[in-house]
Design a protein around this ligand. Structure first.
Ligand code: ADP
Ligand code: MG
Length: 716
């Protein structure tokens, strides 16, 4: 359905370029575009990052100690001096207003600029935290706004109601864009354009969630009423912020809900579960599945029997045994005469899966094929041919599997291991390799609930929340680099007891070359330090068969210490390895450390993880490492990581396919997200939703905002 004119018109209005705003000349256009702001809409959705209370302007004699205060005064003296304590230079200004005097200090300043601006006799408003040192009151690094007009404070305030006597928004700035100018422009934009914002969220929901009308919310966050609670504003807990955040989440969740519903309606391949292969495999396994594994497998089987494709995420901490669950699911698909593809993020992991699966499938008379980038052209051709003809029951590989030219005879199930290392796109590509195949994705990085709702909101979730029995918790210690030698002797003891270990080197720069150099030098150094043991080296640039040989040697115990780059991060499984030593641990993210550490502690023997830190490790870095010593619970680690680093970096916005929000913040606004999700899903489940005229606008907004991102068709 075409957009109704009014909606179209609003869209047009909001994309008005900022240069058409009164007061915005070419120079300002450039400043704004530096901030990423080009249109009216950009400006509307760039909210103040702080609010300043200028409702009361105090006399200097009445300034309260320890408070953020605003006062007005005349500069009585100004100039560079020395601090008395360590003789460092600073800039000092004395301001008076008849009631008293106060000292302003800058420890970082541009001398010429300060000299010019803080000239004796000038009058200005000053804003900052008042501190008292004995009889002297000071403000360090205050903001100053010079009064342009003549006359005393009262006249000035009256002549500039935009900047005084109220709660003021503080906007992000860039070199050459001043707060006063920014405020004026934003006010202009908000005054003219906010009234066009109309929410299409059903009134019932708006009422129930106590949302403001959209235009009022927008005005309120940019230009709060004077009786607003400034503390709430600064913590974005006011109803203006809540409304905007809700609005943003609601449409995303609605899109996800519809997508999920679309999938439900899509026709798939219903499987029957005959246990032809799964039963014999279960009998061959040296262990019994845990209850959690069994439960998740049950959920998967139920999905596979439906006449529409499965779309499920298995979330399970490192070592919880996701692989075997995936293999069982694969066997169900194979029982139903379809092929299965398993995609892994690294070659080493793909190769490990290949060896592991081949071990079991050989005995069941089934064919497994590997397809990875480092195979020779001939090997690849052969593999591709077997896949196309349907001779390969199970295909294990890297990205190579997703490439064009790889065609399946009949793909029934696609599995993505370590989903967090892929984008959302890959899932789509995999799906297109068959006719609506079932899809199973797995992740070992436990993702905090708020994030997973958004990231994987269109997937059904199964959680393996139990580790196989008999695991001994891993002991983690932070060790200074210079105590390395002492730790070597500890490692020697373990090796002499028949154990094996990993020593990992971080990515030094974004270059595999330097990365590799660190690891190879490390290997040489270690060979000297451990003359009685065998050291192996593995890294991403080795050929597939070389890597395979090294991994096999390590598995078989012919290598005692495996030195590696982070290529072993995901998935590698050698239960006899009980030592992990990580060089420059502070350079890793917590989630990655958790993954690395998950390479040990896989058997029943006690395992140790040594985190080497350099002297230059920052406070923050140390705090992160400490989290590692406190818990092995991946969920708690992920949350700590999220807290320390923020969601963007946590997931690496790009690769995860995580949407960027304009006003919402996943970490801060989790509650609102859940509310919006609940409402959006309820609405999407209304069978009339796609047909009902009363939702036309709502569907259009949805399409505009998320249509292409979520590949939503036919919802208008
Ligand atoms: P992840 O969930 O990290 O992918 P894996 O599937 O690699 O974990 O399993 C880790 C280890 O646990 C493997 O050695 C696997 O054989 C073993 N394992 C899996 N399930 C069980 C179980 N139910 N009992 C004992 N060991 C198990
Ligand atoms: Mg795994």
């Amino acid at each position: 359905m075409p957009l109704t004119p009014s909606r179209q018109r609003v869209k047009q209005l909001l994309s008005t370029p900022l240069e058409t705003i009164r007061g915005v000349g070419p120079r300002l256009v450039e400043k704004f575009s530096k901030l990423g702001l080009n249109t009216v809409e950009d400006a509307l959705y760039t909210l103040p990052f702080r609010y300043e209370d200028r409702r009361t302007i105090r006399k200097i004699s009445q300034l309260r100690n320890g408070c953020q205060e605003v006062f007005f005064g005349e500069i009585l003296a100004a100039g560079e001096t020395m601090t008395s304590r360590n003789r460092k230079k600073m800039f000092e200004v004395i301001v008076g207003d008849g009631s008293g005097q106060i000292v302003l200090k800058w420890f970082r300043y541009r001398r010429d600029w300060h000299k010019k601006h803080f000239a004796i006799g000038k009058k200005a408003f000053f804003i900052g935290e008042v501190k008292r040192y004995g009889a002297i009151r000071e403000v360090h690094h205050p903001d100053a706004e010079f009064a342009d007009g003549e006359g005393g404070m009262e006249q000035l305030i009256a002549s500039d109601p935009l900047n005084y006597g109220r709660i003021l928004p503080v906007y992000p700035l860039t070199e050459g864009l001043h707060q006063k100018t920014a405020r004026k422009i934003w006010k202009e934009v908000v005054d003219h354009f906010a009234p066009y914002l109309v929410s299409s969220i059903p009134e019932e929901i708006q009422k129930r969630r106590r949302l403001m009308p959209l235009q009022a919310a927008m005005r309120q966050v940019h230009w709060p009423d004077n009786d607003s609670d400034i503390d709430q504003l600064n913590r974005t807990l006011d109803s203006g912020h809540r409304t905007l955040v809700y609005d943003e989440f609601f449409y995303l969740e609605l899109g996800l809900a519809l997508k999920r519903r679309g999938i439900v309606l899509e026709k798939g391949i219903p499987f029957t579960v005959e246990h032809r292969y799964t039963k014999p495999l279960a009998a061959m396994l040296p262990f019994r599945l845990t209850n959690a594994q069994r439960r998740v497998l049950g959920e998967i089987k139920l999905d596979l029997m439906q006449p529409h494709p499965m779309n499920r995420l298995i979330q399970g901490d490192v070592g919880s045994g996701k692989t075997i669950v995936a293999l069982m699911a694969a066997l169900v698909a194979i029982e139903n005469d379809t092929q299965v593809a398993i995609v892994a993020p690294t070659e080493i992991l793909a190769e490990q899966h290949f060896l592991n699966f081949r071990h079991w499938l050989d005995r069941l008379g089934l064919k497994v094929v590997l397809l990875s980038g480092s195979m020779t052209a001939k090997e690849k051709r052969e593999a591709v041919e077997m896949i196309r003809q349907g001779a390969a029951h199970l295909v294990v590989g890297t990205h190579a599997v997703l490439q064009e030219g790889v065609e399946f005879e009949r793909l029934g199930l696609g599995i993505i291991d370590e989903q967090h290392r892929f984008g959302v796109k890959q899932r789509g590509v995999l799906k297109k390799k068959g006719q609506s195949p079932h899809v199973l994705v797995m992740t070992a990085t436990p993702i905090p609930r708020t994030l997973s709702l958004t990231l994987y909101g269109d997937l059904a979730l199964s959680v393996i929340d139990e580790l196989p029995p008999g695991r001994t918790p891993i002991v983690t210690r932070i060790v200074m680099e210079r105590s390395r030698e002492r730790e070597y002797s500890f490692i020697r003891t373990e090796l002499n007891a028949g154990r094996q270990g990993y020593i990992v080197y971080p990515l030094v720069e974004e270059s595999e070359k330097t990365d590799l150099r660190a690891a190879s030098e490390g290997a040489e150094h270690l060979a000297a330090a451990f003359p009685d043991h065998t050291i192996g080296l593995i890294h991403g640039r080795m050929k597939a068969d070389e890597k395979e040989a090294v991994m096999q040697n390590f598995k078989d115990g012919r290598i005692d210490i495996l030195v590696s780059t982070t290529v072993i991060e995901v998935g590698i499984d050698v239960p006899n390895a009980t030592i992990m030593m990580i060089e420059h641990a502070e350079r890793f993210g917590l989630a990655q450390l958790h993954q690395l550490r998950g390479r040990v502690g896989r058997g029943s023997a006690k395992s140790t993880c040594l985190l080497l830190r350099s002297d230059r490790c920052s406070e923050d870095g140390l705090r992160r490492l400490q989290v590692m010593t406190e818990t092995t619970d991946g969920f708690r680690i992920a949350e700590a990581d999220l807290e320390i680093r923020g969601p963007g970096e946590f997931l690496g916005t790009r690769q995860s396919g995580m949407p960027d929000f304009r006003v919402a913040n996943l970490l801060r606004d989790g509650r609102i997200l859940e509310e919006a999700r609940e409402d959006a899903f309820a609405l999407a489940n209304d069978p009339e939703f796609l047909a009902d005229m009363k939702y036309v606008q709502l569907r259009q907004v949805l399409l505009q905002r998320w249509g292409s991102r979520l590949e939503l068709a036919n919802v208008g």
